[in-house]
Design a protein around this ligand. Structure first.
Ligand SMILES: Cc1ncc(COP(=O)(O)OP(=O)(O)O)c(N)n1
Ligand SMILES: Cc1ncsc1CCOP(=O)(O)O
Length: 449
């Protein structure tokens, strides 16, 4: 059954925080996202320029319009703007009774206030008592408790205080603003303290973190998860959203809630496409056997370069494509991390030209190069004997150097072929490059015909 979660929050015109972050999160977590907009902000990754809030009655009307039609399984609040809006939201949620996650948003990452000073008191006295979960960060918890928080122990005390003083059932003091190699969230729930941690990411993409995290918890509650299960999943979710943030803008880049579903989808797609290309290899096994070098061949395909970090993100053939009794034969099914050489070349290529996501190494033969030339393929020729000694010594440096040399010749656009003339003890070979593995195999077949 479809579950419905509502975000009662502000709009960030830059799309990084507020209702954009929340609705993306709801979608990625598989619940239907509804919204009750509180305020519009003219905002980007580095500043809030203007703020205009709706009337409390209009906020209530949005919540009721959703409630009267679909019902609401859980909700969350973000930027509420004014004390009057907070009053109205608290009264409405109290009446309807759905579980509410309160992200007590006070200040934007860029430093602009998102709630009036007098409203903080209303938030404490009216909204926190009707909330099931509250997710203050360190400065917000300090403002709600009047305590100074410098350690995990302080965070525990603050969480317990918020529960005791305001009656919120589950209080999470987030660890993002505390020092340490791990980001530890301290959760007070039913008289006990629980901790959830992930490695601290040194990332510029933190705009919208609190929004997406609280939305992920609300999505979990909407699905009927126990609060601790919801927090555990939300913690992994926000780690991924920060790690694969939206690298655009001059300030704090936006978190990327869609990474949660886009990365698994990308990995699935890469394997499917590689499998199809390997079928093409099997159908042309005799012809392709002539292209297999001494070191054997591999055919790799990297996931969308926005998400590619290392060779674990490149699907290839474990045990390579071998020449078995005059037939090209893939030794195993497409697997991530199965290639080192070809994968490193692909990573270097795709980081410069995102369309170049697949490659296959084949035997060097001047005749094949001539045929490729006649076909109009773009060719770069790299003499590895010119590779600087310090690059040779660096683990994995050679593949990167070969690609950089090739791209230097083609003005940064990936060529169809990189001809590597080899070195002492290094077999010369040709790397055929393309957008997809099927395109690469087609190119190899054309050169061989
Ligand atoms: C409209 C709107 N709502 C909330 C915020 C807060 O987002 P951010 O500045 O990224 O802070 P965290 O929520 O991540 O702690 C905002 N800027 N705009
Ligand atoms: C050994 C070697 N050297 C350059 S390509 C190649 C074969 C494919 O290697 P990998 O399976 O690591 O991609």
């Amino acid at each position: 059954m479809w579950r419905v979660a509502i975000t009662i929050a502000g709009l960030d015109s830059g799309g990084g925080a507020g209702i954009h972050a929340d609705v993306k999160t709801f979608a990625a977590m598989g619940v239907h996202g509804a919204t009750a907009l509180t305020c519009v902000t003219a905002q980007n990754t580095y500043e809030v320029r203007e703020v205009q809030c709706l009337s409390p009655a209009m906020v209530r009307a949005q919540i009721l319009a959703v409630w009267d039609d679909m019902g609401i399984d859980a909700g969350k609040t973000g930027m509420l703007g004014t004390g009057e809006i907070i009053e109205e939201v608290a009264a409405t949620v109290e009446k309807l009774g759905f579980p509410l996650v309160v992200d007590p948003v006070m200040v934007a990452k860029s430093g602009a206030p998102l709630i009036s000073d007098d409203a903080v008191d209303v938030l404490k006295k009216r909204l926190l008592p009707v909330a099931k979960v509250a997710t203050p960060n360190r400065p917000e918890a300090e403002r709600l408790t009047g305590m100074s928080i410098a350690s995990e122990r302080d965070a525990e005390r603050a969480a317990e205080y918020i529960h005791r003083e305001y009656g919120t059932e589950v209080v999470i003091v987030k660890g993002g603003h505390l020092p340490g190699g791990e980001a530890v969230d301290v959760v007070y729930y039913r008289g006990a303290v629980h901790k959830f941690s992930t490695p601290r990411l040194d990332s510029r993409a933190t705009h919208g973190t609190g929004c997406a995290y609280s939305a992920a918890i609300a999505a979990g509650l909407a699905k009927g998860l126990d609060p601790l299960e919801a927090v555990k999943t939300a913690k992994q979710f926000i780690y991924t959203a920060i790690k694969y943030g939206v690298a655009r803008g001059k300030g704090h880049w936006a978190v990327n809630p869609t990474a949660w579903v886009e990365i698994p989808a990308e990995r699935w797609r890469a394997v499917e496409e590689l499998e199809a290309a390997l079928k093409l290899v099997r159908r042309n096994a005799e012809r392709l056997a002539k292209a297999i070098p001494e070191v054997q061949s591999n055919l790799g395909y990297v996931i969308d370069p926005r998400y590619a970090r290392d060779t674990g993100d490149v699907a290839a053939v474990p045990g390579r494509i071998v020449n078995y009794m005059g037939e090209a034969r893939p030794s195993g099914p497409p697997t991530f991390g199965a290639s080192s050489h070809v994968a490193r070349k692909i990573l270097a290529l795709a980081s410069r030209d995102p369309r170049a996501r697949s490659a296959m190494n084949i035997r060097y033969d001047p005749e094949l190069v001539e045929r490729a030339k006649a076909l109009g393929f773009k060719i770069a020729v790299v003499d590895r004997r010119r590779e600087p000694e310090e690059v040779k010594k660096r683990e994995g440096g050679t593949m990167q150097w070969v690609v950089e040399e090739a791209l230097r010749q083609t003005g940064g656009v990936a060529p169809d072929l990189i001809v590597d003339l080899g070195d002492w003890g290094k077999e010369p070979q040709i790397t055929v490059v393309g957008k997809t593995p099927a395109e690469v195999v087609e190119k190899v077949l054309k050169i061989l015909s």
